[in-house]
Write a protein that binds this ligand. Structure first.
Ligand SMILES: [Zn+2]
Length: 189
């Protein structure tokens, strides 16, 4: 096993996991869903705290980050309610996860990984249906764009914003109301 401890389909990092509370682990049967394991089915485990730390650590390779993201994305697509239930345990952890994902938009250069980060962020924001998290994403995007990064660094942020506006059309109206009123967007254009 490699030092991240990530094995196929599982995201529980042996090196990091010892300090994580067991409540952050999603246990999934191959097709049966959370907590259900049919006869002969391989059990998968995904620790959200491990996913966060794998993304945060600069020493972890992009390959492992991509693997953790792709497993999380798969679980979120197949078992959204189980993921939401887990994230609802502590909104601070959920916020930290979102901020960590947004941080990888600036720290990762691999296009496939960036696409995965954007896909996970859009799915999470859509599934969470919470204004608090939408505001958190927009504030962080605004923060990243205000740092006058290169176009290469800004592009994933614009892609994320575009996909969010496409997925949640009401956001466009809200943005125009908020930023239009503060003079940042000229409504006449
Ligand atoms: Zn863990």
């Amino acid at each position: 096993m490699e030092d991240s401890g990530v094995v196929s389909g599982n995201v529980v990092c042996e090196r990091l996991h010892s300090r994580h509370d067991g409540r952050w682990v999603l246990r999934l049967g191959e097709d049966a869903g959370p907590g259900q394991t049919g006869a002969g089915q391989q059990r998968r485990q995904l620790c959200v705290a491990c996913v966060i730390e794998i993304l945060e650590q600069t020493a972890v390779s992009v390959v492992r980050k991509k693997h953790a993201l792709s497993c999380f994305c798969d679980v979120l697509t197949r078992f959204p309610s189980a993921v939401l239930e887990l994230l609802a345990i502590d909104t601070r952890v959920c916020t930290h996860f979102i901020v960590t994902l947004l941080g990888t938009l600036q720290s990762v250069e691999d296009h496939i990984t960036l696409d995965l980060v954007i896909e996970v962020l859009v799915s999470l924001v859509v599934e969470l249906k919470s204004e608090q998290f939408v505001c958190c994403v927009f504030e962080e995007c605004q923060n990243q764009l205000s740092q006058k990064n290169s176009m290469r660094r800004s592009l994933p942020v614009f892609t994320l914003l575009g996909k969010l506006l496409f997925s949640i059309p009401v956001l466009a109206t809200k943005m125009i109301q908020e930023y239009g009123e503060s003079g940042k967007i000229d409504k006449s254009k």
